[in-house]
Design a protein around this ligand. Structure first.
Ligand SMILES: [Fe+2]
Length: 303
């Protein structure tokens, strides 16, 4: 059943990390985020702009992807989304008020999607922090997206289009990858299911949009000082036209900077393209993804 609620943006990701201090150092000194405080339960918030947080990290035995949280346009959209997910049998659960308050959210609910059994959270209002970030390493644009390695890209894509309010912007021939936008957010993609590099479901990458090519160039040089490895790039995606650099954090979560993404109008958007999977078309600057750490990609928390 088609979704009748409207997305504003990908709000934040929750990641479980094996060494909170190490990943904190990576996010502040290499990636350029501000620490935005610690919660009572020990999780740590990070931000790139004025919203309460863009990433929350939790100390854990094993690194894993916890959940994604999506901002809808209005409180009415939250009601519509809850009713929609109720109707299609996903039993949305409002999170307890004290947990919502800890997360800087007015109210939020969660569902478990039935294809991978990952948790999706929805809200409309997150606290706005008046003080600007102070990190200064990078000019973040504000947009972000993430990708997961999934065993069946086509069926997940079809489910998300049919039931979760996403639209296909482009896909790779054979449906080995698709790039989905969270309608009516104009970014070419906010979520990307990829059927490679491994057959088991894992986290693939999280990307933050930056404002200038200088941000990517400076990251390229900065990572050498911190012995951070590159996963992919510097390159340019043939799909969204964006310039990219993907790097590994201490747990082999992959963090991308991305610049210049195609924007889609709400009405009259172009049809999805079936992109060639030939290696020569994989990257416009001939960048080749690193695969030697693929087995270390963190897994997914499932319910
Ligand atoms: Fe990306």
């Amino acid at each position: 059943m088609a979704a009748d609620f409207r997305y504003r943006r990908l709000g934040y990701l929750s990641l479980n990390v094996s060494d909170l201090e190490k990943t904190t150092a990576f996010l502040t000194d290499v990636y350029g985020m501000d620490v935005a405080g610690d919660a009572e339960d020990g999780s740590r918030f990070f931000r790139i702009g004025h919203w309460h947080h863009d990433i929350v990290l939790k100390q854990a035995e094993t690194p894993s992807f916890g959940r994604s949280s999506w901002e809808l346009e209005t409180e009415e959209d939250v009601d519509k989304a809850m009713a929609h997910y109720q109707k299609i049998g996903l039993a949305p659960q409002l999170i307890p008020q004290d947990e919502a308050a800890m997360l800087g959210l007015e109210r939020a609910f969660r569902i478990v999607e039935p294809k991978l059994n990952t948790v999706w959270e929805y809200y409309a209002r997150m606290s706005y922090t008046s003080a600007p970030p102070t990190n200064g390493l990078t000019n973040f644009e504000g947009g972000k997206h993430y990708g997961l390695v999934v065993p069946d890209c086509k069926s997940l894509t079809e489910y998300m289009v049919e039931n979760m309010g996403f639209m296909v912007s482009d896909y790779l021939e054979g449906w080995r990858a698709s790039l989905l936008r969270a309608f009516p957010n104009p970014n070419h993609h906010s979520f990307a299911p990829l059927q490679f590099p491994s057959p088991k479901p894992t986290f693939h990458h999280v990307a933050f949009m930056v404002k200038e090519i200088d941000d990517i160039g400076k990251l390229f040089n900065r990572i050498k000082r911190f012995n951070v490895e590159i996963q992919f790039g510097i390159g340019r995606h043939p799909t969204s036209g964006s310039i990219h650099l993907y790097i590994y954090d201490p747990d082999y979560f992959v963090w991308e900077y991305t610049l210049g993404m195609e924007q889609f109008p709400e009405e009259g958007a172009r049809e999805p393209r079936r992109m060639s999977a030939d290696p020569s078309n994989f990257d416009l600057w001939d960048a080749v993804p690193d695969t030697k750490h693929a087995a270390k990609f963190p897994g997914l928390v499932t319910s």
